[in-house]
Structures are given as structure tokens and as C-alpha cells.
Write a new protein. Structure first.
Lengths: 295, 90
């Protein structure tokens, strides 16, 4: 009985923690979703501008040109910094493993770029090589981080293969579909395919014939890195929202589980208390009978 | 009434939206003023001030870092990575 009481106390303490984490995640996920929504006007404006330039000028840009032969592909894996978010990080990592397998099957080398401590831990534990890591911000990513990642991968993309450059960039992140569904997803970031993505312009939304200031090339030069960054930023924000939603769900089921355990142990404790009492009574009755017959 | 519909957008939020008479901003080539009826334009902005004169004649000034500006059919979108909107009183 004492053991049961102890267990109940332990589970109650755990429940308090998971409950608190659930509430924290719940309040943060709202903010994270808001940030996704707030970054959309920017993403839309950039996408619209890029597609305008791409449609009305035949400018080739290094960032949009397909390499004739893809020998090395970069893979940006976006995971969380902390655990206790259910299958969130492992789902992304599994997806990234699948992508790596696929790319290797096409005869490409894979260079991983890791975002979030979970991915770093995953690679370190397996003693695998990776190109670069960023971590420490996963549940509220800043725009500067997206820019830093963007600059690094565009630099590597422009670099020659022999100097360690990459010919393709893929991003593995988690799309926030709803509070209950978050799906790991892969997008190819570079070379750019301008029309794909969620912010594709409406077909009936006719783009006007723009004048470019100073010139189409220079506008494209300035725009494309921003486009890359804005897509990365969007991926980071969606991942952050997904992480928090996943954590909220994981913690909710942990709390439910703890409640279940407490109920079970309370029953067991009551049962054993009852058994003890019954035994005591039968011992007393037995003693009385023994005394009576001894007379 | 002729007017421009203006959106000022930063990377992480929409800073300002509304109607305006005139906008001036600094592009790579130099100062650029936009009035109603401007031809469609996509311009690269360098860091500096963007001035928006609203319909009531009030002037909003925001400091941006590098960004760009697009104009079409009297809809102006000013996009910058970081916008200092502390001087915009909305």
C-alpha cells in the first residue's frame, strides 16, 4: 500500500509538469501561427515580384539555372531544439533519410545542413558528417536566422562543385496543416522554380508589363536572395508552429496517461487497504474463537 | 478621386496599409517619386527613408533597409526586410 501511495505521488508530480508544458505550448502555438500569418504578405509580395520579372524578361540568373549534371545536393533539415514533442523531430528525420536515399540512388552526393539540436544530435550520435548547423531558436525563429541560412546555402550553390559547392538544395520541414495534422514535407529550394508553392498567383491575376529600375537583371539579382530567404523563413515558421502543436498534443496525451495511472493506482491502493482491514478483522475473529474454544 | 493604394510590408509583418497621394523612396538610381497613374514599375530600393503622403496630407516616414517597390494599377507595394516604423503614427 505504501508503494502505491508513493507511485501516485510520483505520477502526480509528472502530471503537473506535462500539464504545464501543454499549456505553455498551447499559448505559444497561437503566437507561432500568428507569425506565419504575418509573414504571408511579405512572401506574397516577393513571390509576385519574382514571377513578374521571370515572366517578362528572359534573364538568366545563376540561382534559376539548372545544373546540367547534379553531383552534389544539399539537404536542409529543420527540426526542433527540444524533445517531448511526440514524433515531430523523428518524422522530419525519417523524411530526410528517405530523401537522402533517393538522392543517392540518383547518383548524387548528399550534404546535410542541420537546423535544430535534435537533428545535430541525430547526426553526431551516428558519427555522420554534416556541413553546418544552426540551433537555439526553433520555436521562435527570427528573420535574421533565415537570412543567415539563405546566404550560406546560396553561397554554396553558386560555388563550383570542386570547391565544395552544391548543385541542388532541398529543404525538409514540417508543414503546419492544422492543429492536429502536421506533415513533413520536402521542397526543392534551388535552383528556383518560381511558380510552385502555396503563394502561386491567381491565373486571372494578370501581371502588368513592368518597367524595371535600374534593370531587369539587377532587380532579379536583388530579389532572388530575398525570395530564397522568405521561403526559408516561411519553412522555419511553419516548423515552429508544427513543433509547438506536436508538443501540445504529446503533452496532452501524457497528462491523460498520468490521470489514468493515478486512477489505477488509487484503485489498487484502496483495494490493498481493504484487504488489510479484512485480514485484520478475520485475525481478530479467529483469535476470539481460539480463546473461546480454549476455555 | 485619384489615389494610390499603398502597402508597406516588412519580412515578419505588414507595417502600414492605406491610401496615399504621393510616395517617395530612394532607389539604386536615385530618388523616386510616385503619383497616381504611374507606369507599372519594379524598383530596387536602398536603405533610407520612405515618405508616404496620405490623402489628408499627413506624412508618414519609415526607415527601411534594402528592399524593393512595385507599382501597378495604382497599387504600390513597398517591401523591405526590416522597417523602422517608430515614426509612423497610425
Amino acid at each position: 500500500m505504501r508503494v502505491y501511495r508513493q507511485r501516485i505521488r510520483a505520477v502526480q508530480a509528472t502530471k503537473k509538469i506535462t500539464r504545464a508544458m501543454e499549456l505553455i505550448a498551447a499559448s505559444r502555438v497561437v503566437k507561432a501561427r500568428q507569425r506565419v500569418a504575418e509573414s504571408t504578405p511579405y512572401a506574397r509580395a516577393v513571390t509576385r515580384a519574382v514571377s513578374a520579372v521571370a515572366t517578362f524578361s528572359n534573364v538568366d540568373h545563376p540561382l534559376t539555372t539548372e545544373h546540367p549534371q547534379v553531383r552534389r545536393a544539399a539537404m536542409v533539415v529543420i527540426t526542433s531544439d527540444r524533445g517531448l514533442a511526440g514524433a515531430y523531430s523523428s518524422a522530419v528525420l525519417k523524411e530526410s533519410e528517405r530523401l537522402a536515399e533517393l538522392l543517392r540512388g540518383e547518383g548524387k552526393e548528399v550534404t546535410p545542413y542541420l537546423v535544430g539540436r535534435k537533428a545535430v544530435g541525430f547526426y553526431k550520435f551516428r558519427r555522420r558528417e554534416y556541413a553546418h548547423e544552426w540551433s537555439g531558436f526553433s520555436d521562435s525563429p527570427k528573420y535574421e536566422v533565415a537570412r543567415e541560412i539563405g546566404e550560406r546555402i546560396t553561397d554554396d550553390f553558386i560555388k563550383e562543385y570542386d570547391l565544395g559547392g552544391v548543385d541542388e538544395v532541398h529543404v525538409v520541414f514540417t508543414r503546419f496543416v492544422s492543429m492536429v495534422t502536421q506533415e513533413p514535407e520536402v521542397i526543392r529550394l534551388l535552383p528556383l522554380e518560381v511558380v510552385e508553392g502555396t503563394e502561386a498567383p491567381d491565373p486571372d491575376d494578370v501581371l502588368p508589363l513592368y518597367e524595371f529600375e535600374p534593370s531587369a537583371e539587377e532587380v532579379l539579382d536583388a530579389l532572388l536572395p530575398k525570395y530564397v530567404t522568405s521561403r526559408l523563413f516561411n519553412a522555419l515558421l511553419q516548423s515552429a508552429a508544427s513543433e509547438l502543436a506536436a508538443r501540445q498534443r504529446a503533452m496532452k496525451s501524457a497528462t491523460d496517461n498520468a490521470e489514468e495511472l493515478i486512477r489505477k493506482y488509487t484503485r489498487l491502493a484502496n483495494q490493498s487497504r481493504q484487504a488489510e482491514i479484512t485480514q485484520e478483522i478475520s485475525e481478530i475473529v479467529g483469535g476470539v474463537e481460539a480463546l473461546a474454544s480454549a476455555k | 478621386m485619384s489615389k494610390l493604394h499603398v502597402e508597406l510590408v516588412a519580412a515578419d509583418r505588414k507595417v502600414w496599409e492605406g491610401d496615399a497621394k504621393q510616395i517617395s523612396a530612394r532607389t539604386i538610381d536615385g530618388e523616386l517619386g510616385i503619383l497616381q497613374g504611374h507606369t507599372p514599375l519594379l524598383g530596387v530600393l536602398v536603405s533610407g527613408d520612405v515618405r508616404i503622403e496620405t490623402m489628408s496630407g499627413q506624412i508618414h516616414t519609415a526607415t527601411i533597409d534594402s528592399g524593393f517597390l512595385s507599382v501597378d494599377h495604382d497599387r504600390v507595394t513597398i517591401v523591405a526586410e526590416a522597417v523602422d516604423a517608430s515614426r509612423i503614427n497610425s
